[in-house]
Design a protein around this ligand. Structure first.
Ligand SMILES: Cc1ncc(COP(=O)(O)O)c(C=O)c1O
Length: 425
C-alpha cells in the first residue's frame, strides 16, 4: 500500500524544495546492494545510501550484533556510566588510528562529530590561555549542517540565510595539479600570525563538492604547515573513512597526522546513527583541571548508544577480514577499467578515482556546477534502469557497497555510458 499521501501530509524531507520536487520513491525493503520499492522494483544502491553503506543491506553479522546488544543493554546515560561496547569500540578504533589519537568522544552523526572537534579545538586554546580564534578551511568543503560545521564549510546557496550567524573562517583555494605551491603560500599567509586555532579538511576527497580529489603530498604539506604554526588539524573522515579511499582512513596515506579525526557514515556500516570525534592525548590533557569548567561540557542523549557501538564493533570485525579488502581491491579495478572506457566518450572530463570512488564530470561547457540540468536528467535515467545514483550536479560518481558483484557494477557502468550517449548533441 502506498504511503505517499501520508508522506506528503506529514513529512519534511532533507534538501528538498517540496513545491517542485517529484514524489519520493517508496523504498520498503533492502537486501545486499538492492533496494526494493513498494511495487517490488529493485534499484542498485550505487551511492551506498548517501555514502554510508559499506557491507550491503541486512548483513547477517550486523543483524546479529543489533539483536544481541538489544537483548543485553539497549541504552544508558553515558555521563557517570560506561559500558562494554563503547569501551571496546574506543579501544579498537584508536588502535587503528595514529598513536597520538587516543581519546574518543561519541555523538550521533557526521555534523556533531565535526561540531565537537571544533569545540575541542577552541576550548583547547581557551584552557591553555592562548588567544586563537581563527579557522582555516578549504573552498568547496562540506562538513555538515549544524552551525559550527556550516561556518567552516563552503558558503553560499546552501546556507545563505544562516551566514550572518556564522563565525569567521579563511578559505584556501582547492589544490589542483598546477596551483599546490600557491595554495600552500595562501595557507601560510593565514597561519603565520599564529591566531589560527584549527585547520579543517576533508582529506584527499571533497565529497559534496563533487568527489574532488587532491594529492597526498599536498595534504601532508598543508598539515605540516599548520603544525609548524601551532595550529591544530581536523581530518574530516566522515565520508573518506572505512575503506572509501582504498585504505581504512584517508589519513593512512599521509605521514603527517592530524590532532582530530571525525568519523560517521561507514563507522556503523551505514546502519545506525553514530559519530566519533577522536582527539589526541595532547588536546585531552588540556581539559584536565581542578576547575570543572575546563571540562568539555558537551553531550547528547544518545551519546555512545550501546546498539550503535555494537554495530560499529561488528563493522570493525568485517574490516578485519581479508575478504572485505579483496572486494575493495576489485571495485578499484572495476573503477579503473570504467575510467578507461570513459576516455573514449567526448562529452566527459576530469575523470578521477580514489579507492572505491570513481567520478567524472559531464562536459556541458558550464564547468563543474551543482545546478547543472544533468543532475535530474541522469537521476531519472538511472532510476528507470533500476539504479539509485544521485549525481552531484554534473558530476556522476559510483561509490557502491563493497559487496557489489561485478555484474551489478557493470549494470551501473553500462547505464552511465548509455546515458552519456543519450545526451550527445
Ligand atoms: C565530509 C563530510 N563531513 C560531514 C558530513 C555531515 O555528516 P552528517 O550528514 O552525518 O551530519 C558529511 C555528510 O555528507 C560529509 O560528507
Amino acid at each position: 500500500m502506498s504511503i505517499l499521501s501520508d508522506d506528503i501530509a506529514h513529512v519534511w524531507h532533507p534538501f528538498t524544495q517540496h513545491q517542485t520536487a517529484d514524489d519520493p520513491i517508496e523504498i520498503v525493503r533492502a537486501e545486499g546492494v538492492l533496494l526494493y520499492d513498494v511495487k517490488g522494483k529493485s534499484y542498485i544502491d550505487a551511492n551506498s545510501s548517501w555514502w554510508v553503506n559499506v557491507h550491503g543491506h541486512g548483513h547477517p553479522h550486523i543483524a546479529e550484533a543489533i539483536n544481541d546488544q538489544f537483548k543485553t543493554l539497549d541504552h544508558v546515560v553515558f555521563a557517570g556510566v560506561t559500558h562494554p561496547k563503547a569501551v571496546e569500540l574506543a579501544t579498537r578504533i584508536t588502535a587503528k588510528l595514529p598513536e597520538q589519537l587516543s581519546k574518543v568522544f561519541f555523538s550521533d552523526n557526521g555534523s556533531t562529530a565535526i561540531e565537537i572537534a571544533l569545540k575541542m579545538a577552541f576550548q583547547y586554546f581557551h584552557n591553555i590561555g592562548e588567544t586563537r580564534r581563527k579557522v582555516v578551511a578549504m573552498q568547496g568543503s562540506y562538513h555538515g549542517d549544524t552551525f559550527g560545521a556550516m561556518s567552516v564549510g563552503q558558503r553560499g546557496y546552501f546556507n545563505k540565510p544562516f551566514e550572518p550567524f556564522f563565525f569567521d573562517a579563511d578559505y584556501i583555494d582547492f589544490p589542483n595539479e598546477s596551483n599546490e605551491q600557491e595554495v600552500l603560500q595562501q595557507a601560510k599567509s593565514y597561519l603565520e600570525g599564529q591566531e589560527v586555532a584549527v585547520l579543517i579538511v576533508e582529506p584527499l576527497v571533497q565529497g559534496a563538492a563533487g568527489m574532488r580529489m587532491y594529492s597526498v603530498t599536498f595534504l601532508e604539506e598543508l598539515t605540516k604547515l599548520a603544525h609548524d604554526f601551532g595550529t591544530l588539524v581536523i581530518f574530516d573522515e566522515v565520508m573518506t573513512g572505512f575503506g572509501r579511499t582504498g585504505k581504512l582512513f584517508a589519513g593512512d596515506f599521509c605521514s603527517e597526522k592530524p590532532d582530530f579525526v571525525a568519523l560517521s557514515k561507514g563507522l556503523t556500516a551505514g546502519v545506525m546513527a553514530l559519530g566519533l570525534t577522536v582527539a589526541s592525548d595532547k588536546v585531552y590533557q588540556a581539559f584536565m583541571s581542578d576547575d570543572a569548567s575546563k571540562a568539555l561540557l558537551h553531550g547528547h542523549s544518545f551519546t555512545a548508544n550501546p546498539i550503535a557501538c555494537a554495530v560499529a564493533c561488528a563493522n570493525l570485525d568485517l574490516f578485519e577480514q581479508d575478504s572485505t579488502w579483496e572486494k575493495i581491491k576489485k571495485i578499484e579495478a572495476w573503477g579503473e577499467f570504467f575510467l578507461e572506457k570513459l576516455k573514449s566518450c567526448d562529452n566527459v572530463c576530469n575523470l578521477r578515482r580514489q579507492g572505491t570512488i570513481t567520478a567524472f564530470e559531464v562536459d556541458t561547457g558550464e564547468g563543474n556546477t551543482y545546478f547543472s540540468d544533468v543532475k535530474k536528467l541522469a537521476y531519472d535515467f538511472f532510476l528507470k534502469r533500476g539504479i539509485l545514483l544521485r549525481p552531484l550536479g554534473n558530476v556522476i560518481f559510483i561509490n557502491p557497497p563493497y559487496t557489489i558483484k561485478e555484474g551489478e557494477y557493470d549494470e551501473i557502468t553500462a547505464a552511465v555510458l548509455e546515458f552519456l550517449d543519450s545526451i550527445k548533441n
